[in-house]
Design a protein around this ligand. Structure first.
Ligand code: UDP
Ligand code: MG
Length: 313
């Protein structure tokens, strides 16, 4: 009989002592019901509350629980990356500890994966128990990101997802510091399937994503996946320059044609000349931006290409 494939569940934790035990119970039950052998990897992202105490206890009682603890807070995205580095599974599942993403749909994710999906991502059909502010900013942000990004990042998805080992290995080749997992996942391509779910209220505790952390993540999402902001001045620069040249011609003609009121045309010429200079400055800013974008792409050292399948090779 074929041996069952190993699943790795990766859970970042930051000041979550209130929710950990309940969370473990539900995650463990969900993993058991997949019928596969599994490991549960907790990454403590520098919590100083009782989180480690609970994790030590869980690790002592259950050998499939693995724990990695950071020396300080490195952030959710790096905690997930660390867990993925340590994972041994044939499929990796990333989930938040707070039960907002229901672990009960993990078996469905695994079924989709066995049916051939290389990435199965949770798509939030509805969000429950989140503030209007969070829902609104999230909705606007995802759409802004999509309009800026060169690769379509699916709307309303978080980091709750299953990655096939092959996909995870490619992902882990990318060692950039500012990480935005869902963007990197979209960048890689592969067969990605959405699985709809209702985002629940946090089971206990408060959100650990402060406004500052959210803003940083939002900026990482945009700057990491789009060089559009760098070349934004190009359009303005061209428009301003064209306008200024037209104005220069117009005012010059007026200056020559009308014998009186010479002074006003000279002033107008001066202003148009200034606007033209500004337009040219914008164009050069955009040109610098293009080089900067290239340097940025190069230093990220992403894989040049990704082979999803090989035949007769
Ligand atoms: N988290 C983390 N490091 C941080 C912030 C959050 O590891 O600096 C973890 C947190 O414990 C949780 C997940 O990331 O498992 C998502 O955080 P949270 O639920 O607070 O974010 P929200 O769902 O409110 O966006
Ligand atoms: Mg949460």
């Amino acid at each position: 009989m074929e041996q069952k494939q190993l699943l790795s569940l990766i859970i970042p934790v930051y000041y979550e002592e209130e929710v950990l035990e309940e969370s473990y119970a539900r995650m463990d039950a969900a993993m058991q019901s997949t019928g596969h052998p599994y490991e549960i990897i907790y990454v403590n992202d520098g919590s100083r509350d009782g989180t480690m105490k609970v994790l030590r206890k869980l690790a002592k009682e259950h050998e499939e629980v693995k724990v990695l603890s950071f020396s300080r807070n490195f952030g959710h995205q790096l905690a997930v990356t660390c867990g993925m580095d340590a994972a041994k599974g044939d499929a990796l599942i990333i989930i938040d500890v707070d039960l907002q993403d229901p672990p009960e749909i993990i078996p469905q994710m695994v079924e989709r994966w066995k049916a051939g999906a290389e990435i199965v991502y949770g798509k939030r059909a509805k969000r429950e128990g989140e503030t209007i502010f969070k829902k609104l900013t999230a909705a606007v942000y995802y759409r802004l990101l999509r309009s800026m990004s060169a690769y379509p990042i699916p709307l309303d998805t978080g980091d709750f997802r299953l990655l096939d080992r092959k996909v995870a290995d490619v992902f882990l080749e990318m060692r950039e510091n500012a990480r935005f997992l869902r963007g990197m996942s979209a960048w890689m391509g592969f067969e990605a399937e959405p699985l709809e779910y209702v985002r629940q209220e946090r089971a206990a505790g408060k959100t650990k994503y402060t406004l500052k952390k959210m803003l940083k993540l939002a900026m990482d999402g945009i700057t990491g996946f789009s060089s559009k902001p760098l070349t934004l001045p190009l359009g303005w620069g061209v428009a301003l320059s064209v306008l200024a040249v037209l104005a220069l011609i117009f005012f010059a003609v007026m200056w020559i044609q009308l014998p009186n009121d010479k002074l006003i045309w000279i002033y107008s010429l001066g202003i148009s000349g200034f606007v033209l200079l500004q337009g040219i400055t914008f164009i050069f800013m955009a040109i610098q931006g293009m080089y900067l974008g290239r340097v940025y792409d190069e230093v990220k050292r992403r894989p040049l290409y990704i082979v999803a399948e090989k035949l007769n090779i």
